[in-house]
Structures are given as structure tokens and as C-alpha cells.
Design a protein around this ligand. Sequence first.
Ligand SMILES: NC(=O)C1=CN([C@@H]2O[C@H](COP(=O)(O)OP(=O)(O)OC[C@H]3O[C@@H](n4cnc5c(N)ncnc54)[C@H](OP(=O)(O)O)[C@@H]3O)[C@@H](O)[C@H]2O)C=CC1
Ligand SMILES: O=C(CO)COP(=O)(O)O
Length: 389
Amino acid sequence: MVDLLNLKIEQMADLNFKCECGRTHKVDIEKIIVGSNILNDKSSFIDIINSENLFVVADKNTYKSWGKELIRLLKRENYQITEFIFQNEDHLIPNEKSVGRLLIEIPKNTSLIIGVGSGTINDLCRFLSYKLNIPYVIFATAPSMDGYASMVSPLIVEGFKKTYEATYAKAIVSDTQVLRNAPLEMIHAGFGDILGKFTSLTDWKLSKLINDEYYCEKTVEFVEKARDLCVKNAEEISQRSEEVTKQIMEALIISGIAIGFVGYSRPASGAEHHLAHYWEMDAISKNIPHPLHGNSVGVGTVVVSMIYQLMKDKLPKGLTPPDPEYLISLHKKVGSIYSPKELGIPKDVFQDSIIHAREIRNRYTILQLAHEFNLLEKISTILTDKFYG
Ligand SMILES: NC(=O)C1=CN([C@@H]2O[C@H](COP(=O)(O)OP(=O)(O)OC[C@H]3O[C@@H](n4cnc5c(N)ncnc54)[C@H](OP(=O)(O)O)[C@@H]3O)[C@@H](O)[C@H]2O)C=CC1
Ligand SMILES: O=C(CO)COP(=O)(O)O
């Protein structure tokens, strides 16, 4: 039996074991690296790039943060490289236009796709890889979300954020020297995505108790252990030490692995994600900027924990919901935003999101339970007053 809770991150590559839950859990990722100054020691990752014709994808910022240096190194190693750097003036969106652009640019003889970036670049490269059946490796530039190790790609199609089946990265390569220098907001976003596990795991348990949904205790413990290590060191996050950056990155990778264990994003994504997706889609539909995914999830986690409090006499026995005051205290330690108003979510959008966010995914969460008790309007009014006055 695999001692899941005591594996080092690099030992999680290529896992395959039969779990007590009855399912076989797998990780089809050949290599996971969370190192330091790794371009100075190419032997740690170069074996993974055993293809000749590379298609390297980055955007303006990620090219600067790591892409340029990586491309220079790969050229020195005589790989054939076609590079495509998104030059968007605004935020790059994982939508039809971006997927189409990559399809236009990718050479026919590409044998490996290399993404240099965080969530959006990773999802675009993963989707391209899946559709074209060409492996991809992600060089991660920010510890901002938990999708590096997952096998799904949330994309915006016709304005709607939907999670598409995709594939694992062949390898995840990250360097704490690069990660710790990402904008602080992105590090806070990663922490927010990790905080989200307080409510996503509670929603999963809720559905197990109410609907007898499949539930894996080992997966839950695996995610909780990584989450709790980050939480323990929350105060140090803004100092960007290599050690804490590594803990955040590893927790994010573990959360992605948990998605793969289960086959869909249940361990990582509950009502807090549905609120975050709702806010993001609303902003995209109005062509206005939106907060980073993880920053929205971090706020959504506080909001959802308050919904749990408001619903406490309706919860099944044995469910322990997260405490909003505790979550707020963690945000304060980190210095991250915990109020939807401060995050820039318009009052009317917040009010509607409490009522309608449950509709964007077919997943049982506290929002669904509140809907069944006809309480969503009331909860929406209470929380809107609380945050917006
Ligand atoms: N597949 C999955 O399971 C998951 C996917 N996601 C998805 O990930 C996306 C969010 O990812 P997230 O990483 O938060 O945001 P983005 O990938 O959208 O990144 C925001 C911007 O930050 C910039 N950036 C990245 N790294 C650096 C760096 N080191 N230095 C300077 N700038 C940098 C980039 O530049 P620029 O401004 O030039 O664009 C980037 O576009 C969402 O679409 C979300 O749905 C989230 C969780 C799980
Ligand atoms: O963002 C995710 C996990 O952090 C993916 O979640 P969804 O399945 O809700 O798109």
C-alpha cells in the first residue's frame, strides 16, 4: 500500500495504486520538479525533453519571467524551436480565440508542446496537447492555482466557463526562484485556491452524506495535509521565502493530483469555485478585468463558509463546516483580500451570484442544499448587506 501522506512531491509522478475507496488512483505525469535554480542544472529535467521539434508557448510576462531564459537554453541544446508569445494588451483568456491562435501557429511536425506560464497558458497547452495528441510539459511561472497537475481544462466558450476533459502534462517543471518572484497577488491567489479546499472538501462530504456520492477519505486526507502545512505558515507567505513558496506550489500540485485521482474536480472545486467562475464570466461578458481565479476562490471560501453557518440547523449530522472567522484570520495573516466588495465584485453581481452560481455546474454543494430549502434569496440578502452595507 502506498504511504500517500509521506511521499515527496517527485515521488508522486507516475503513481498507480489501488485505494481503500475501491478505485485505482493514477497520476500519468512522468516527472514533477519543484527545484531551485534548475536551469543551472539542466540534468534535472532535460531527459523529459526527448523530442526534437518543440512548440514553446508563453505570454509577454511569462516570457520575461522564465521563457526567454528557457528558450535560450533549449536553443543551445540544438532543439528545433518554434516559439509563440501571446502579445495580448489585456489579460489572456482561455477562450476559442486563444485555442484557435495556437492551432494556427503550431507547426505540423511538432513533437512536444512546452508551456511557460501559469493557469491560462497551462490550460491552453493542455487542451491543445489533448486534441492533437502531442505531449506537453509545463514550466510553471507562478504558484497561483492548482491546475498544473490536473487533467481538465476550464475554458471560456461562448462566454461560458466550462471544464473540458483534457490530459496530464508529461512533466511539471518549477523553480522556487521563479515562483517566489511572481507578483504577490498571484502568490495570494495560490493561497486562495488552497483555502478553497476548506469548503470544496466540506461540499464533497455534504454530498456523500445526502446523496451517497462516491467519496475517498485518502484523497481528502492527502489534500488536507498539504493545505494545512500552508495554513500553518500563512504569516510567512508574503515574505516569499523559498520554503513557503515550495509548500504552496506542492499543495497546489497535490490538489491537482487529487483531481486526477477522482477523475473530475470534486476534491478541489465546490461552491467557492462556482462563485468565482460566476464573477469571472460576468466580467468577461462585460469586457472588464476580473480578479485572478485564486483570489476569487479565496473570497468565495469565506462567503461559502458563511452560508454554511446560516444553514447550520439544516446540515446532516457529522458534518463539520469551516469557521468564517478562522478563514478571515488566515487572509489577514497573509494580507490577502477576503471581502467580495474589496475584490471589486459589483454588489448586484454578488447578490445574483449567491442565487445562480449553483446553476453553472452539475455538482451538489451547500448552494444546492440552500436552494432545496428555498433559502437562497434570503441568504443573498443577508450576505449582501453584510459585505456591501
Ligand atoms: N486546469 C485546472 O484544473 C485549473 C485551471 N485553472 C484556471 O487557471 C486560470 C487562472 O490562472 P492564474 O495563474 O491565476 O492566472 P493566469 O494564468 O491568467 O495568469 C495571469 C497573468 O499573470 C502573468 N504571470 C504569470 N506568471 C508570471 C510571473 N512569474 N511574473 C509576472 N507575471 C506572470 C501572466 O501574464 P500576462 O498578464 O501577460 O497575461 C498571466 O497571463 C483560470 O482560467 C482558471 O480557470 C485554475 C485552477 C485549476
Ligand atoms: O478551478 C478548478 C480547480 O481549482 C477546476 O474547477 P472546475 O471544475 O469548477 O472548473
